[in-house]
Design a protein around this ligand. Structure first.
Ligand code: SAM
Length: 284
């Protein structure tokens, strides 16, 4: 049974953090002309109407993307995200912010002619909707399949280069910390040079650190993390923020994050609660 609906969370603090990271990683992959595969294991529906019932029910986007809008000196990569969002809204006949892009839509705005994308989405209506939105893009393949299975089936890619986004709903046993690490290990065994990024919720920092320790013991090298929280670390009150694991982080990603994320955190954290933090879980 799949209950998770991303519509409730689209454009929230975690989403804008994740999508800014995604844009940085896509940009880094394109420093070389050689083609790569973009694999999105948990793709979602591709576009979200923030004013529809789901978005309005939580209003989470009001503390996320709504705060990044109209930011004249936003870092360049955030400007890129804001431009993509403006373009999506124009495309749908809106002058103000109403639609928020999912990772597949964002990725397709930036992939080059030589690149290729595969999107996995298990939930029927989300899959159908995504298929519709991506119909104009010939280099995008949308599959209704388990994203973890796809890691085994689609790696290594013929291109020998890939960026893999693993963005689970943390809903079933397959999305548990240990199962996630196992899936990553299997993918990495098949394809050790891929750039993998995993989104994860930060409810309590201690829980996130346990996840880091599992990764540390995984045998995989070159693992970095970045976390952005906008609430104090009080265990079990809900989501304080989120983190991203990056396996094989591109050259100078840490410097880029150091330039972008503290400014983004200041913009997003209402009363200065939480923080931006990054570090290395396993080195070279
Ligand atoms: N990556 C999307 C984005 O950034 O716009 C959001 C994805 S959302 C957090 C997770 C999605 O995974 C949901 O749409 C859910 O239906 C889907 N899903 C759940 N289990 C899955 C699985 N095993 N394989 C593929 N998709 C799955």
């Amino acid at each position: 049974q799949l209950n998770y609906r991303h519509g409730f969370h689209a454009g929230n603090v975690a989403d804008v953090f994740k999508h800014t990271m995604l844009l940085l990683l896509l940009e880094a992959m394109q420093k070389k002309d050689k083609p790569f595969l973009y694999l999105d294991t948990h793709a979602g529906r591709g576009q979200y109407d923030l004013l529809a019932s789901e978005g309005e029910a939580t209003g989470e986007w009001r503390d996320g993307i709504a705060r990044l809008q109209d930011w004249p000196d936003a870092p360049a990569i955030v400007q890129t995200l804001l431009d993509d969002i403006r373009q999506l809204n124009r495309h749908r006949g809106q002058t103000a912010l109403r639609y928020y892009p999912g990772s597949p839509w964002l990725a397709m705005q930036h992939l080059r002619e030589q690149d290729r994308a595969v999107f996995c989405e298990l939930q029927q209506t989300e899959y159908k909707t995504l298929q519709q939105y991506l119909a104009p893009f010939i280099r995008a393949e949308v599959e209704q399949r388990d994203g973890y299975q796809a890691l085994k089936a689609l790696l290594p890619p013929v291109e020998k280069r890939a960026l893999v986004l693993i963005d689970p709903p943390f809903e079933t046993e397959k999305d548990s910390w240990s199962a996630l690490v196992k899936s990553l290990q299997e993918a990495h065994r098949r394809f050790a040079t891929g750039v993998y990024t995993i989104w994860y919720p930060v409810k309590a920092q201690s829980e996130a650190r346990r996840f880091h320790r599992l990764l540390k013991d995984s045998g995989i090298r070159r693992i970095a993390y970045a976390e952005l929280t906008t609430f104090e670390d009080v265990a079990n009150v809900g989501l304080n923020g989120s983190g991203m694991i990056i396996v094989n982080p591109p050259y100078q990603l840490d410097q880029q994050l150091a330039e972008v994320m503290p400014a983004m955190w200041r913009r997003l954290s209402e009363r200065g609660a939480g923080k931006f933090e990054q570090g290395v879980i396993v080195g070279e």
